[in-house]
Design a binder for this molecule. Structure first.
Ligand code: BES
Ligand code: MN
Ligand code: MN
Length: 483
């Protein structure tokens, strides 16, 4: 079924109104990782719930318990569950998204205030924290709902919503909610869901839309090395003591080689090599090393081969070093020996790797390498959070609907991609509900999620809203009967 013309026209005509709504959403600094912003995350939940209610979606706020953060006990932000439509002759689509964002300060290097949407009509770009990750895409769904509500159009499918405010901090509490609801079977909130659609990722480049069938998992660690009772003067103690920083840097240098090869024994166990078919699929994607480098803003690719680069960023595991807490990091030249330092790093995982299995290998390797140093320092390795990798069946009817919707809206066939980032709840939905999950991105490769000057192009926001709505129509068409 093609999407009705008045739906598409309404989206075009109401562009400015939709942008104003995005500005409202961006203005709420719903940073889940910052204890002092927890009220804003809750405010964002209530704002979103009110929007859904306005367009006929029945909702509930589900409390998810508490967490410890920065020495405080805090309520987790609630999940918003919603539902519109109850027609047994229609498919039921579950839409997931997250209304929390990464931290941002203008002083990080933003050109404009991160929590005040800056709309540059000349370039067609909208800058603000959450513009692409993930407020823009969530608002795409609102645009679809508002259009149907205002025009008095019935939605072509039943819709169930699950929005959370902790995704950027490991989706705390959500797995339990999904498992509990799934155990209730048909009576549960997700009882009649036929497929899941998530818009929380990006095109591979700045021109070709994607449908995405895989995400990497993650396992995040910190190594803490301690020694002296307090920071020391390097003139007084330097040369005579085992320095925690020296031990930490030595250990961190043994995790990954400069070409990205991971040095931890056994990490690659079970990770298959790509066969000829898979390599061919990557080689056919509209992508080049220059797409990576222009999105990254510098000549940084570690290979000149497109397929190697694509596989490195999404189908193979990786290890990144993130930072050192406790190290001297200010300006100037302080002559200090830090007493306690914590090195942070994470691995991105692919099937069949799991955070549990990788953690055993990481801990035993670091402990044995630390022992070899023969210092009197102490070493503690902690697993901070994790999520399993996910790969879906891209020949499923939901992917067919997404492909047809993309062709209708963008007049081109989408790239079929696996992504390097992680959304741990994706696999939770797939496993607990036993249904197909599709990722249908709105934004582009150069949007700068988590970065300074995060943006969404107006054209992606508007066409992306049409895409999400058109996908629902294509879905209704492909499967007239329940599977
Ligand atoms: N939207 C991203 C996930 C993503 C990133 C998809 C890149 C595709 C490409 C999501 O909001 C995110 O940032 N996830 C975290 C998860 C972590 C906190 C468990 C990530 O990937 O670091
Ligand atoms: Mn996201
Ligand atoms: Mn994110």
């Amino acid at each position: 079924m093609v999407a009705p013309q008045n739906f598409l026209d309404f989206i075009d005509k109401n562009q400015d109104k939709f942008i104003d709504r995005l500005a409202e959403a961006v203005a709420i600094p719903s940073i889940s990782g910052d204890a002092s912003r927890r009220e804003d995350v809750k405010k964002m939940a209530s704002w979103l719930e009110a929007q859904l209610n306005k367009y006929g979606v029945k909702t509930q706020q589900v409390p998810l318990g508490q967490q410890h953060l920065e020495g405080k006990t805090l309520d987790l932000p609630p999940a918003i569950l919603g539902r519109i439509g109850d027609d047994p002759n229609k498919k039921t689509v579950l839409v997931y998204g997250h209304f929390d964002v990464q931290p941002a300060n203008k002083s990080d290097g933003w050109d404009t205030e991160p929590f005040k949407l800056h709309v540059d009509k000349r370039t067609g770009k909208m800058f603000g924290r959450g513009a692409t990750d993930d407020k823009g895409p969530i608002l795409g769904w609102l645009n679809v709902l508002e259009t149907h509500h205002t025009l008095g159009l019935a939605l072509p499918v039943n819709m169930v919503f699950c929005f959370e405010g902790m995704e950027e901090s490991g989706s705390e509490g959500l797995d339990e909610l999904i498992a509990t609801e799934a155990q209730k079977g048909k009576q549960g909130w997700f009882g009649d869901v036929d497929c899941v659609c998530i818009s929380d990722n990006y095109w591979l480049n700045t021109r070709t839309p994607c449908v995405t069938y895989g995400l990497r998992g993650i396992a995040y660690y910190q190594i803490t090395i301690s020694g002296p009772g307090s920071d020391l003067h390097s003139g007084i103690y330097g040369g005579a003591v085992f320095e925690p920083m020296t031990a930490l840097i030595t250990l961190m240098s043994k995790l990954v080689a400069i070409d990205g090869h991971i040095l931890i024994p056994g990490v690659y166990d079970g990770v298959s090599a790509a066969d000829a078919d898979e390599l061919k699929r990557y080689s056919e994607l509209d992508y080049g090393v220059n797409d990576l480098e222009s999105a990254a803003g510098g000549p940084v690719a570690n290979s000149d081969d497109k397929v190697t680069v694509l596989m490195a960023r999404s189908r193979n595991p990786s290890l990144s070093l993130h930072g050192i807490e406790g190290a001297f990091s200010g300006g100037g030249a302080k002559t200090v020996i830090p007493a306690t330092v914590s090195g942070k790093f994470s691995l991105r995982l692919v099937p069949p790797q799991t955070p549990e299995d990788i953690t055993k290998k990481v801990i035993s390797y670091i402990e044995s390498e630390f022992a070899k140093l023969g210092t009197k320092n102490t070493c503690k390795v902690e697993f901070l959070h994790g999520g399993k990798p996910w790969v879906a069946d891209a020949s499923h009817w939901s992917y067919e609907a997404a492909k047809q919707a993309t062709e209708a809206v963008y007049l081109t066939t989408p790239n079929y991609t696996r992504e390097g980032g992680s959304i741990p709840v994706t696999l939770t939905f797939a496993d607990n509900l036993g249904v197909n999950v599709l990722l249908l991105p709105m934004g582009r490769a150069d949007d700068g999620a988590h970065s300074t000057n995060e943006k969404m192009d107006i054209s992606n926001f508007i066409k992306g809203s049409k895409l999400l709505g058109t996908y629902l129509y294509e879905l209704a068409d492909i499967t007239l009967k329940k599977a």
